[in-house]
Design a protein around this ligand. Structure first.
Ligand code: DP6
Length: 354
């Protein structure tokens, strides 16, 4: 099994400190449905973001078993412990040396608290990189490619979409015949033939609703197990990814927009047709979508939207249209955001060691 490649040897403990900054990502082809252990039912593709990041510092102290303390923005937060413990339990077989450490984990997000932006992708990616940082210190002959793959592999075991938050500007996670290096176990970067327009693409995140979600992503993935349209959805996503790959090389924005918006609405259609059904859209989400369609048709500007598992809208546009589109957002879309708030982000190059 390929995953055996990621089992490291045990090693004696050494004190070590690691700091990494990992970005969030926004999927263009959505991951929605998985099987154990965190294997996606379809391949997905995302833009790595740039300013929406989690920065995590881990102080590794030699100990007789693996224990940890977690601090978020300087405050001790034991409410996060079950999630982190579950992650550590899952990854210990791959990093057996961790049983010799107590970890003091300090984490901060760049985006505002309770903005409705999911932080699990950037948080799990940053923590996985801290762990790989120490593993590289213990085994210095490790190659860069292995470092990235294993960081993505570990991040995936924390949160599926986190696998796509290690590298940039575009990553693919899940097996697809149209990308020979793709894997269900980790994400891989798109490759050097990505059209340059996508390297500087913009993502304005319109904060429509910060309220806690009625259904978490994890529950949403579960609901795909008995979903009447599941198989059709998984094949649709695989086909959309196959169709999107050549578009990401050619830079055909009309074709890009059609697939990206279809994916966003298909994701929400799955939510609306599961048992139990649920709706994460808000009236303002739809108002924004309609305004974008009207503006695109009228102004001939290649702007489109995508959605996460929530009410916020990600507005996507090429860098050369940044000032016109941001003017439009400010004048016509900000009124639909909570307290008029939105974040301007852009496609980024991946995580960074601090
Ligand atoms: C709608 O990665 O948050 O954002 O693997 O259970 O942690 P878990 O789920 P998560 O799901 C992300 C769902 C999505 C689509 C996507 O990012 O591809």
């Amino acid at each position: 099994m390929e995953q055996n490649l990621f089992v490291s040897k045990a090693a004696p403990a050494v004190p070590f400190v690691s700091s990494w900054k990992a970005p969030s990502n926004i999927a263009l082809v959505k991951y929605w449905g998985k099987s154990e252990p965190q294997l996606p039912k379809n391949p997905s593709l995302s833009f790595t973001l740039s300013t929406s990041v989690t920065e995590t510092k881990v102080n590794f102290q030699p100990a007789t078993s693996c224990t940890f303390d977690f601090y978020f923005h300087g405050e001790k937060r034991p409410d996060f412990n079950p999630k982190i413990q579950h992650f550590i339990d899952r990854i210990t077989p791959y990093i057996p040396w961790i049983t010799n450490y107590h970890l003091v984990i300090s984490s901060e997000n760049s985006f505002p608290h309770s903005s409705g932006i999911a932080s699990s992708a950037s948080a799990m990616a940053a923590l996985s990189l801290n762990l790989m940082d120490l593993e590289q210190h213990l085994f210095p002959t490790m190659e860069k490619d292995y470092f990235h793959k294993k960081a993505s592999f570990l991040a995936r075991l924390g949160s599926g979409s986190a696998a796509r938050s290690i590298e940039g500007p575009v990553t693919i996670w899940g097996k697809t015949t149209s990308c020979s290096t793709s894997s269900e176990l980790y994400a891989v970067p798109f490759g050097s033939d990505l059209h340059p327009i996508f390297e500087s693409y913009r993502d304005a995140i319109l904060l429509v609703d910060h309220g806690s979600k009625v259904v978490s992503s994890t529950q949403g993935h579960q609901l795909m197990h008995k979903h009447p349209y599941a198989e059709k959805r998984f094949s649709q996503a695989a086909e959309n990814l196959n169709a999107l790959l050549p578009i990401m090389r050619s830079g055909d924005l009309d074709a890009f927009i059609k697939i990206v918006e279809l994916e966003a609405l298909s994701l929400h259609a799955m939510m609306m047709t599961s048992t139990p059904y649920f709706v994460l859209f808000k009236p303002n989400t739809l108002a924004i979508i309609e305004k974008i369609w009207e503006y695109r048709a009228g102004q001939k500007v290649p702007v489109c939207f995508t959605l996460d598992a929530g009410a916020n809208v990600h507005v996507l546009y090429p860098a050369e249209y940044a000032s016109t589109v941001e003017d439009f957002i400010n004048k016509e879309l900000a009124v639909f955001c909570e307290q008029g708030k939105y974040l301007l982000d852009r496609v980024g190059t991946g995580a960074k060691k601090m």
